[in-house]
Ligand binder design. Structure first.
Ligand code: TNX
Length: 544
């Protein structure tokens, strides 16, 4: 039996085309082109850098900071001698995010046309170094010499949108954790941090015009206005107050931190549903006092929506968005739009008046009216709309550049792309990292869309289901979601996210035809996790 098994293993190994590349690099996500060259380059304190372009500044700063921590030196600027030298050169023929990296025994030459290109080249360079380079705390035994295998890399992403969502509403995550999360995204070339800042269970963003949003809406549990467990699936001790929000100053700091790492932040203000915290803070603005409807969301939260029949709802959101716009420079704002409960507004006199005036026939049309109006609000503030897929279903009045996030299975995203609508793929069965890896007692995570192990994430091809060849251009990219009803602590959040985020990184970046699980598995589980260990990430160790 053993002999048979080894024979089988040998044969299956032989069946995988073993390019030279498979042996020499451990870069995640896998670059488009990797050519091994002869020899190694050794980076030391004597190495000099040379850069004629300010576009490389963030990349260089990142490398220097890691060297300072782990080598106890930074490298100095200098153009000669022309060996033992790293050059950052501007090449404007290279598109945003693209780069080339040539390492020879004598020199390193990095070329890019954008800050992100320089940053990604640097991240690849660092992944070729000993994994000690990734440590975030000062090393007691600094490593002085760093060997790099000579090679040539040409690289650019498959998708321009490679996102990851963190839900700070259900469970609050500290600024320090959010920064770590963003930093790790950047290390794997993920470029959009989607920050779920409001939900039934909490409003986490300071809004100067409406202080009660955080005074009332950022706390839940005994003695507060929000019960601890709004959602029965919510885990955690029910007898303590759970609270937290981000001040505007903290937000600015996080936005700047992310920008240095080529990560944009997409803020989400979930409307009109998933808004129990907001409607509890400002019931007189957001709910019709004459509304006798009683309803619960799919997650069993009662009367959790803003009323689209009230003028004050739009005035409120307009002012909130004005502040959000001042904080987040990204071109898009996410307005939620998911899971409007059945029965919402059914007895709202304000909605009845709206329906009559605007000739709306049902609640779907009311929701469509709401989003059309909100899209105009965003337009006024020079922002584009992103929303969960529900928003497109009955609405053709949204601007063409509206992007939907398809989360309910693969089909919705596919249909949107085929209709020529911009879409980000976030199918729950592959990319919801709040789901269990495997179905097992004691395993962290939800069960409704999973289980989803790392291999399953890796197997996802965002355009595989498309029937028309022109549809692929509407797929903007991919997006993982870490909802936090069950991610109670940072270490559980880490566990749920890693190593699945390594797989996401490659799904979003690497060419489909270059992706093979066995090759990824080696890079991820032999080297990728060593880097995570260096940063004390509580990743899930088991492959299965
Ligand atoms: C569905 S996906 C939700 C979230 C939950 C998540 C739990 C979506 C747009 N809504 O409110 O947190 O499932 O997996």
């Amino acid at each position: 039996m053993k002999v048979l098994l080894s024979l089988f293993l040998l044969l299956s190994l032989a069946a995988v085309p073993l390019s030279a590349e498979t042996h020499v690099h451990t870069i995640i996500p896998k670059p488009q082109l990797f050519q091994p060259l002869q020899g190694t380059f050794t980076l030391t304190e004597q190495t000099r850098f040379d850069t004629a372009t300010p576009l490389a500044a963030n990349a260089l700063e990142y490398l220097q900071q890691q060297l300072q921590l782990n080598a106890d030196y930074t490298i100095k600027e200098g153009t000669s001698p022309r060996h033992n030298h790293i050059a950052y050169l501007l090449d404007s023929t290279l598109k945003d995010e693209a780069y080339t990296l040539r390492i020879t025994q004598r020199n390193i030459v990095i070329k890019a046309g954008s800050p992100s290109g320089f940053f990604y080249a640097t991240v690849s360079l660092m992944q070729l170094m000993d994994h000690r380079i990734w440590s975030q705390e000062r090393s007691g035994v600094p490593k002085k010499a760093w060997e790099l295998p000579a090679c040539y890399i040409e690289d650019a992403p498959r998708f321009r949108w490679r996102g990851m969502m963190l839900d700070s509403a259900r469970n609050f995550f500290s600024v320090a954790y959010v920064k770590k999360f963003i930093d790790r995204m950047a290390q794997y070339k993920l470029n959009v941090f989607h920050w779920h800042l409001t939900d039934d269970e909490g409003w986490r963003l300071e809004i100067k015009a409406y202080p009660l949003l955080t005074e009332v809406g950022a706390k839940r549990g005994p003695g507060t206005r929000l019960p601890f467990a709004l959602y029965p699936a919510m885990r955690g001790p029910k007898d303590t107050v759970q609270q937290g929000y981000y001040t505007q100053e903290e937000i600015r700091d996080v936005v700047a931190y992310a920008a240095k790492r080529s990560v944009s932040i997409l803020p989400e203000i979930d409307t009109p549903a998933h808004a129990k915290a907001a409607v509890t803070a400002y019931p007189e603005l957001l709910q019709d006092p004459g509304d006798k409807s009683r309803y619960t969301s799919v997650q069993k939260v009662g009367n959790n929506t803003m009323d689209p029949g009230l003028k004050s709802t739009y005035l409120f959101l307009d002012r909130v968005i004005e502040e959000v716009t001042a904080l987040f420079p990204f071109a898009y704002i996410h307005l939620g739009g998911d899971e409007i409960p059945k029965g919402a507004w059914s007895k709202s006199p304000a909605v009845a008046r709206l329906m009559q005036k605007e000739h709306l026939h049902n609640m779907k049309e009311v929701a469509a009216y709401f989003f059309t109006k909100m899209d105009r609000v965003l337009e006024k503030h020079d922002r584009k709309l992103i929303a969960w897929q529900e928003v497109r279903t009955h609405n053709s009045a949204l601007r063409d550049d509206t992007v939907i996030m398809a989360w309910r299975g693969d089909g919705a995203g596919q249909r949107a792309a085929e209709k020529g609508q911009k879409v980000i793929m976030s199918p729950a069965q592959y990319l919801y990292f709040d789901q269990q890896y495997v179905k097992k007692d004691g395993e962290h995570g939800h069960t409704w869309a999973g289980p989803t192990d790392t291999k399953e994430v890796y197997s996802y091809d965002p355009t595989a289901a498309l029937r028309s060849p022109t549809a692929a251009q509407f797929v903007q990219g991919v997006h993982g979601c870490l909802w936090s009803e069950r991610a109670l602590t940072e270490s559980i959040a880490d566990y749920l996210a890693w190593p699945r985020m390594l797989a996401l990184s490659e799904v979003g970046w690497s060419p489909q035809e270059a992706r093979h699980w066995s090759d990824f598995e080696r890079r991820a589980f032999e080297s990728g996790i060593k880097r995570l260990e260096r940063q004390h990430v509580h990743y899930r160790t088991a492959v299965k």
